[in-house]
Design a protein around this ligand. Sequence first.
Ligand code: MN
Length: 398
Amino acid sequence: MLKIAFASDFHFGYGEDALAQAAEALRKAGDEADVVVLAGDLFDSRVPRQEVIHDAIKLLSEHKAKMQEKAVSSGVKVRLLQDGEESVQSVPIIAIYGTHERRTKGLVNVIQILHSAGLVLNVHAATALIEKDGEKVAIQGMGGMPDEFVKRAMDAMDFKPVEGAVNIFVFHQTLKELIPAATECIGAADLPKGFDLYVDGHIHWAQEFTESGKHIILPGSTVITQMKPKEMAPKGYYLYDTASRQLVFKPIRTRPFVYEELTFKEAGSADVEASCRAKLKEIAAAHAGRQPLVRLKLAGTLAKGVSASALDFRGLEAEFADQMQLFIEKEFEGAELKEKIEALRKARGEQASLRDAGVSLLRERLEARASPFAGDEELFSLLAEGEAEAVLKRLLKK
Ligand SMILES: [Mn+2]
């Protein structure tokens, strides 16, 4: 019987919690499982700072050593099938790159670096074969990519389950069943057929569901990056027993996150501040000593002559600075244009980095003008990477 843990979206480099909470997930998952699978976005950026890579390497090598030892004593064997070649491996940590780590063709991403360093087994366009006591599990996957190219790439890669094995497909995309507003992304029906379990990173909440006959899990992120109400649900990883085919969600200890909405009616600035203070005191008492993340959304209307932009919360922020990480958001009706633009910018940033948003805007514009550069995926990626020389070469070629 093999036990496999699935975790995702550690986002190393995103604040101090990312490393601590990934460490907690790896420690627990590594103790319970024979193999740990990481479904992308281990890092928060394409070219992480060396300090971030250093911390991640330290953490991964520590857990790899522990898991390797366990694999030897319990007789777990790992092989990698790639480009028609098979190699014996000793790394029980399997990964793909996510949309945050993805780089364009020809450039090296950080998951490839970890693979070359022998810290993870990269199963993008490759298959890890795990064997124990005559039982076989095949794990294959595809790294994260822009939604508009996924369907084509997935069809071209033509993923097939391995005969005689429990088959797991790992990927890192938006699914239209989960985000109905995302129009260009794939749905469960587009996923390769015949796998026993589909593991999707990218989506930051944990969920298990069946769609188009496919059993899909989202391990979710181990860190809060978006401060949406959905992030109040527990963070953790899934543990899969390949014999019983049972899946259990295992929560980890994380910094608490509290999202509260206060709605006002023709309130003056002193009323707003007093209500906020009372609510914050309540939250601070409920999570004493744990420095919760708190997002307070203020809605409704303000009294005549009171402007939302004139409301100053610096005093409140200072008052609670030792007890929580506080974000106060003003969403009063009739909010000024500046605030609306800011909210819009934030909403875009949550879907993709600003750089990605810029690139996808450029792509849309070029397509609308039927430019010869429309649909040139590599050009867009190179632009996003800031590879000026490569961009110039490409432009001169056309
Ligand atoms: Mn992510």
